[in-house]
Design a binder for this molecule. Structure first.
Ligand SMILES: O=C(O)CCC(=O)C(=O)O
Ligand SMILES: [Fe+2]
Length: 486
């Protein structure tokens, strides 16, 4: 059993809160102390100079395949086959213990749909085996990045990455804003420090929620687990990407309609015109340190607020036109590819991201609320076990962004029930026209101006391109003796 996992005594929530990580050091590399892999597996680079590598000498015919492929093939096996194969050689044993295989087996099995005891790892939980009855054969001569990397990443503490935010990058903070002030700030992220502190929900902790709703299932990615089980998992896991509780029905489950109110400065939420047809828009979020959300833009060009009730979140954000380092977007913007885990992104891209123009960063503590403007990229990582509420909304100033998105990026529109809503753009225009015709008119005018500007720019780019490539008879551009360059 991994050394940082606490012993499992009871399937109920342990009353004490998990000990926070040690005080932050200035230097990320010094601050992240990596424990040895539980099976003593090491990174591939260490094989240089080693006399044997079990990965090559003890996997039979499999040794010709890359590690990723071996794991992929093993992913088709059931638990019994995996255990049997693990008994055939030390090499196979190493691969058969990969946690991601057991996580997939457990989540897809009936076991995760009934009450169970989290045993500290996915394999032990699948086998329902307390760690004290488990044996581990050390494999000090096994070198594999594929097996070592997830362990290494599970040891990363995000705190050091969230520290020493350069002054120029700091997200602006206000105690509160007046609705009349919001339009001046609506295109840049900010943190409000006051409004949440008067919410009844500000008193929530995961401990109190557990005592009231411990047996109620809440959604955590692909599973619905009783809250007490999720919390016990959260406090006793060593996952690279811990399962993140993200529940869209929390208001009904906790009867909390009046426990929180969006800050008044945001004004009316114009997506409310969609009524029953509105996509899901509010969630309760709970997760341990290292859990969070990889880089994304919020759906349908909506804006959002995210209020931390307990714990702390680190945000790193980029304006709509600056794709964050390590993130790849298809030409039509429909596909976003980024490294698999937040820890991996922090290790590989955080320092360059911090120096990228447009980057803003901030820490949102319990009682504070962060505003995400429409279209902004954001990666969020919990630096402590954290409980939050979030809501997507459309302020007046951003109605035109939503119209533009719904009209022009139809393949990326999400969250609508496509059996009931064939044309989300048409529906939004229709409802806005019925309920807020003046707001709609202003937004359409803004959008027309934006489109005209874009059109002018495109024409200009075409002309410059024609000049650069020598295409066409007409040439127009800078320098080169052109008299009419502009
Ligand atoms: O992990 C978080 O708290 C951020 C959530 C978020 O960005 C979202 O819901 O879109
Ligand atoms: Fe988001």
């Amino acid at each position: 059993m991994p050394s940082s996992t606490r012993p499992v005594e009871d399937s109920q929530l342990p009353p004490q809160k998990r000990v926070k990580f040690a005080p932050l050091h200035d230097d990320v590399s010094r601050a992240t102390e990596i424990q040895p892999h539980p099976l003593r597996i090491k990174p591939s680079g260490n094989a240089l100079g080693a006399t044997t590598n079990l990965r090559d000498t003890s996997t039979g015919l499999f040794c010709i395949f890359p590690d990723e492929l071996i794991l992929q093939v093993f992913g088709y096996l059931g638990s019994e086959d995996l255990v049997s194969l693990g008994k055939t050689s030390k090499g196979m044993y190493g691969f058969s213990r990969a946690e991601e295989l057991w996580k997939q087996l457990f989540i897809e099995s009936e076991l995760s749909k009934n009450p169970f005891t989290w045993q500290g790892t996915w394999r032990l939980t699948y086998l329902n085996r307390p760690a004290k009855y488990d044996s581990q054969i050390p494999l000090p001569n096994f070198y594999s990045d594929c097996l070592y990397r997830p362990w290494h990443m599970s040891q990363i503490t995000p705190g050091p990455y969230a520290s020493r935010i350069p002054v120029a990058n700091r997200i602006q903070r206000f105690d509160n804003l007046d609705p009349s002030e919001f339009p001046s700030y609506s295109s840049i992220p900010f943190i409000l420090t006051d409004p949440v502190k008067s919410w009844p929900a500000y008193k929530w902790t995961y401990q109190t929620l557990c005592s009231q709703f411990g047996s109620t299932p809440f959604r955590a990615e692909a599973v619905d687990w009783p809250l007490s089980i999720y919390i016990f998992y959260m406090l006793n896991q060593v996952d690279e990407s811990p399962l993140y509780l993200f529940d869209r029905n929390f208001v009904q489950k906790t009867n909390s309609e009046s426990a929180f109110q969006p800050p008044e400065c945001f004004g009316p939420d114009y997506f409310a015109v969609l009524g029953e047809q509105r996509p899901d828009h509010r969630w309760m979020i709970l997760g341990p340190s290292r859990s969070g959300s990889t880089f994304h833009k919020d759906p349908n060009a909506t804006s959002a607020w995210n209020a931390v009730l307990q714990g702390e979140k680190y945000w790193i954000m980029f304006p709509p036109t600056v794709t964050p380092p390590g993130v790849f977007v298809s030409d039509d913007q429909a596909e976003v590819t980024s490294p698999l885990s937040i820890a991996e992104w922090l290790v590989s891209f955080h320092s360059i991201a911090r120096k990228t123009p447009g980057c803003v960063e901030g820490i949102c503590k319990a009682g504070e609320i962060l505003y995400v403007p429409s279209g902004w990229w954001h990666l969020v990582v919990n630096t402590e076990d954290s409980l939050a509420l979030t809501q997507n909304f459309v302020p007046e100033d951003k109605v035109s962004n939503v119209l533009e998105f719904l009209d022009e990026q139809r393949v990326s529109v999400s969250g609508f029930d496509c059996d009931k809503v064939m044309d989300p753009y048409g529906l939004f225009v229709e409802r806005m026209g019925e309920q807020y015709p003046e707001v709609l008119e202003r937004a359409q005018e803004q959008l027309r101006e934006r489109r005209e500007k874009r059109e002018r720019k495109t024409k200009w780019e075409q002309l410059v391109e024609a000049k650069q490539t020598g295409g066409g008879g007409f040439s127009f551009g800078f320098g080169g003796g052109d008299s009419d360059s502009d």
